[in-house]
Design a protein around this ligand. Structure first.
Ligand code: GRF
Length: 216
């Protein structure tokens, strides 16, 4: 069973979607630990509700960002974590953690990367006037939302959309594709070749899921 460590800073609805999928028996994984950098993150309550161990690590307790990530790395490694899942973790991951988990850290971003990386991907999409946006699960590298793309899902953007309405539409798909990406990882079906992620024997869940390896 795949051992997962989740890092979060806030609401934790993606964390919840992963928990639900595991509890439904659809994802053969165990969340070994939730680590938060914010003591008031609602994700903590979700961990408590489901008997998942959690840890608050205060970045201010460390002299450097590297030392903060060394602490996170050590906590994850000591629990045998094999995959690190960023679920609304509002920080740029630094070398000590990246080096310990090469192509073993995932993130979800609320836009179709490489468009609109960084903060407020949904607002950027609305302000730019795009007609389609969506979400992206990717492996994490040293950049901001730049790592190899695992799966994406798209939604329409309507003329009267606001950041809030588009965020809500995208979030529903986030909750589907994040557990799906983790399942593919757990099944050993993700092969990273350079910046491309090959998915072995992949059948998209529905038409909104895009994968160039599947043709009509
Ligand atoms: C999501 O929109 C995710 O794409 C982004 O941060 C938000 C986290 O939401 N990285 P939640 O904490 O999972 O509810």
């Amino acid at each position: 069973m795949l051992k997962i460590g989740v890092l979060a800073s806030g609401r934790g609805s993606n964390f919840q979607a992963i928990i639900d999928e595991i509890e439904r028996g659809k994802l053969n994984a165990k969340i070994e630990i939730l680590i938060v950098d914010n003591p008031s993150a609602y994700a903590i309550q979700r961990a408590k509700n489901h008997g998942i161990p959690y840890l608050y690590i205060n970045p201010k307790d460390f002299p450097t960002k590297e030392a903060f990530y060394e602490k996170i790395r050590d906590e994850l490694l000591s629990r045998g974590v094999e995959l690190v899942v960023l679920a609304g973790f509002m920080r740029i991951v630094k070398k000590p953690l990246l080096d310990a988990f090469p192509n073993r850290i995932m993130n979800i971003h609320p836009a179709l990367l490489p468009s609109f990386p960084g903060l407020h991907g949904q607002k950027q999409a609305v302000d730019h006037g795009v007609k389609i946006s969506g979400c992206t699960v990717h492996f994490v590298d040293e950049g901001v939302d730049t790592g190899p793309i695992i799966i994406q899902a798209a939604v329409p953007v309507y003329p009267d959309d606001t950041e809030e309405t588009l965020s809500e539409r995208i979030l529903k798909l986030e909750h589907k594709i994040y557990p799906e990406a983790i399942r593919l990882f757990a099944e050993g079906r993700l092969v990273v070749e350079g910046r491309k992620v090959k998915i072995l024997n992949y059948k998209p869940l529905n038409a909104w899921f895009t994968n160039p390896e599947v043709r009509e």
